[in-house]
Design a protein around this ligand. Structure first.
Ligand SMILES: Nc1ncnc2c1ncn2[C@@H]1O[C@H](COP(=O)(O)OP(=O)(O)OP(=O)(O)O)[C@@H](O)[C@H]1O
Ligand SMILES: [Mg+2]
Length: 259
């Protein structure tokens, strides 16, 4: 296997009000090597989330993956049936969403929720999952890693919740983690700390990261390579320092100038 992720000619369409379909993602190809962090960058509506979800074999209601080959960790995601997708998601690839505050169940302790994917996928017995969760809390530089899991979501800050959500994504030791703008709601200082924690954990564990963001400062801090998207198509891609220092297209130049 040459790449951990390889997408060839991905097309996603959305349903229009009149029953027709409109292209949302057009002929997107990208790849990521094992252990690399690849950023998907672009303005709102450029198709970042749609592509990130397609990597997990998922299309939102009203959308459909209409073409292309998607391979993750040697598996053809576009050819999986429902049962294969269930064991693939959360196990081989997991997802960290933008707003952990609303993604967690307010009635359960964080510990119960963070270890749940490990139990659901039969990865670890409860005791070992609890131990691994504490290890991950420590790796994420969370305060009081031994006891923080006993709290409920409303007892933590936004930055802490995002780190706990990343711990939950990592509990099954996936090959790939998709981060979909997980720091957008945080203030700049907290964002830098949280990004540092994410990056450290990915690098130490050799996990491949897909990092969705509209913010080139975030790309600079977290990503080895970047794919710039515009209107659902790839505008340019390359090593992060190269894309930021010498953008080849007017659109990327605009993004860099606005940063
Ligand atoms: N269910 C849907 N049906 C039809 N079109 C959709 C649907 N969901 C999203 N779209 C359209 O697909 C395009 C890409 O959406 P997507 O959510 O991937 O963008 P994004 O780059 O993640 O934006 P943001 O930065 O705002 O999260 C948008 O133009 C959006 O309007
Ligand atoms: Mg999005």
């Amino acid at each position: 296997m040459t790449h951990m992720i390889s997408v060839r000619g991905l097309h996603v369409v959305g349903r229009r009000g009149d029953g027709g379909e409109v292209p949302i993602v057009r002929d997107v190809s990208l790849e990521a090597r094992r252990g690399e962090v690849l950023a998907l960058v672009g303005e709102s509506g450029s198709g970042k989330t749609t592509i990130a979800l397609a990597l997990m074999g998922y299309a939102r209601a009203g959308c459909r993956i209409s073409g292309g080959a998607i391979a993750v960790a040697g598996h053809r995601v576009d050819q999986m049936d429902a049962g294969e997708l269930r064991s693939f998601r959360g196990r081989t690839i997991s997802y960290v969403a933008q707003n952990a505050g609303s993604a967690f169940n307010p009635a359960l302790t964080l510990h119960q929720q963070v270890i749940e994917p490990a139990l659901a996928h039969w990865v670890l017995p409860r005791r070992d999952a609890e131990r691994r969760a504490i290890e991950l809390f420590r790796a994420m530089a969370l305060p009081h890693p031994e006891t923080i899991g006993a709290r409920y979501p409303h007892q933590l800050s936004g930055g802490q919740l995002q780190r706990l959500m990343a711990a939950m994504a990592l509990i099954t030791e996936p090959e790939v983690v998709v981060f979909d703008e997980p720091t957008t709601a945080l203030d700049v200082t907290t964002q830098i700390e949280v990004l540092e924690a994410f990056r450290t954990v990915l690098v130490h564990r050799g996990i491949t990261g897909i990092y969705v963001t509209h913010d080139l400062a975030v790309v600079a801090q977290v990503a080895d390579r970047a794919v710039v998207l515009r209107h659902g198509a790839v505008c340019e891609s390359g090593d992060t320092p190269e894309v930021l220092a010498r953008p080849r297209t007017p659109y990327t130049r605009e993004l860099v100038a606005a940063c």
